[in-house]
Write a protein that binds this ligand. Structure first.
Ligand SMILES: Cc1cc2nc3c(=O)[nH]c(=O)nc-3n(C[C@H](O)[C@H](O)[C@H](O)COP(=O)(O)O)c2cc1C
Length: 187
């Protein structure tokens, strides 16, 4: 199973990147054969989306590359940084360009959405908006998890979450991410 993971932020000291890397290690503990590819949003910087740019120059190769990597994955794990209650500008730009390739840009992939914040609200706003929008953009959303109060929730020395309940909740959403859906489950 091939997992595509990324933190939806361009910060080079990203707490969401730390969370994604930790989650990738936890996933490999659950499925040792899992192949985890982690993208850095800094490698996907492109002009700010505009219809005029699209008409003049087409869709940037970087957007096609990102979209293709989603298509090649079996599942997607994303950790959203929350900027003013929403996704970062860096991610919104990649997202907008990809939406011009295909509106259902998550391509039906099983997904889990995480968020880490220094404050106590644990990315509640960004997770709520992305959860609401997920079906419209073609995601098979299996779960969300916000980790707040990051300085206490994270042990930098061991690069892992400190609270057993957070680790259990992370393992739970990861198991849901890789579970085969029950074909007889009620919607
Ligand atoms: C422009 C800006 C807006 C922010 N808005 C929020 C917010 O709405 N809610 C929140 O919990 N934290 C907010 N923060 C703090 C971020 O959660 C914090 O910078 C976090 O480290 C971002 O994640 P990252 O390190 O993965 O990029 C904001 C930070 C910046 C720079």
């Amino acid at each position: 199973m091939k997992l595509l993971s990324f933190a939806a932020t361009n910060s080079r000291q990203s707490i969401n990147r730390a969370l994604i890397d930790h989650a990738g290690r936890r996933l490999r503990a659950i499925i040792p054969a899992a192949e985890v590819e982690t993208l850095d949003l800094n490698a996907y910087e492109m002009p700010i989306y505009s219809i005029d740019r699209e008409r003049a120059d087409g869709i940037p190769a970087a957007a096609r590359d990102f979209h293709g990597r989603i298509g090649a994955a079996d599942a997607v794990l994303v950790a959203f940084a929350e900027h003013n209650g929403f996704v970062t500008a860096a991610w919104k730009n990649v997202f907008d360009w990809m939406s011009r390739i295909e509106m259902a840009l998550w391509q039906g992939k099983p997904m889990v959405m995480l968020a880490a914040t220094p404050g106590p609200r644990a990315g509640a706003n960004v997770l709520a908006s992305q959860q609401m929008l997920a079906p419209h953009f073609g995601a098979d959303l299996r779960g969300t998890l916000g980790i707040g109060n990051w300085p206490e929730a994270w042990d930098a020395a061991t690069a892992r979450l400190t609270r057993p309940e957070d680790i259990a909740a992370l393992d739970d959403v990861l198991r849901r991410l890789v579970a085969t859906p029950d074909p007889f489950a009620l919607a």
